[in-house]
Design a protein around this ligand. Sequence first.
Ligand code: ZN
Ligand code: ZN
Length: 351
Amino acid sequence: MSKPLRLSEKWFRRGLWLVALVFASFLIGLGGTIVGDLPKVEATLQLDDFLDKGAAQALRAQLQQAHTAEQDAQTALEQAQLQRSKARSETQAERETFSNWLAARSVTQRAEHDPEVLARTQALDALKQTERRTQQAVQVQEQAALDARQNAAATRQRLSDLESSGYARLNAERRKVELRVFLYRLALTLPLLALAGWLFVKQRRSTYWPFVWGFIWFALFAFFVELVPYLPSYGGYVRYVVGIAVTALVGRYAILALNRYLERQRQAEALPDQERRKELGYDVALARLAKNVCPGCERPVDLKNEQIDFCPHCGIGLFDRCGHCHTRKSAFARFCHACGTVAAGRAGSAD
Ligand SMILES: [Zn+2]
Ligand SMILES: [Zn+2]
């Protein structure tokens, strides 16, 4: 693909690069969707698939029961505690009024045989009794709650022992599935990369080059970017090894291409002037002249110096004179810029 000089052609080329970019982006989207859907090929693994189902269910039911019992015991305990504090405050209140009443009585009266003192002492005793009963009820509920808690803890321990062996098996199986899914993806993206390599070597200058380049970008993106989130721990090796191989191949290709170019250039410089002129594209020659390099050998020449008509490096003619009006003109121009006569040796030639 030589650099075009015509304005419209330039813009057409830019448009075609845009086509390549858009084509690549749609391919990347499609590829991403397909790659993303791949795990659905494998069934999702559940912990229960790796447990003794009967034992696990029994333990879970037991755990549930223990939790319920614990909650019930807790509720009952709260009720019992409330009753106890009520009984306590009643006793407290009675004791206070009793001692106030005793203090208010005449000290001369004998307390021991006074029937009212006896009755009030008995009532206080009864309240004390009630308080003790509520205390016992609280202790019973505390015991029940503790039993339920310990029972739940023991059951939970047994269940977690059962589950941890299940998790070990589940993780082993997951690793296997991960590997399989990675291999599916590799089997999908590696051939794409190989195809992209082949297209790069054979088809990158073809008429349909925007699609070729779009596909190459897509394949590179699919392999080096889209595969990454699905890589298992050793997946980096695959990526880097393939990356090294691709870089080595591209590098080797570039080195060979450079040598081929130098060889071609060496042979071209050995050809006679007219022959070389014919081999050069018109646009290529003009583009090189615009950069102040010789169109034949691409080495720098001083084109403004009117003394220089030939390249001092390769000897190709840079300026000649019009066959009609003898004006000095570029040897690569198709027409004389002074009189418009068709340049000698240029008639009928096209790029
Ligand atoms: Zn030259
Ligand atoms: Zn002329």
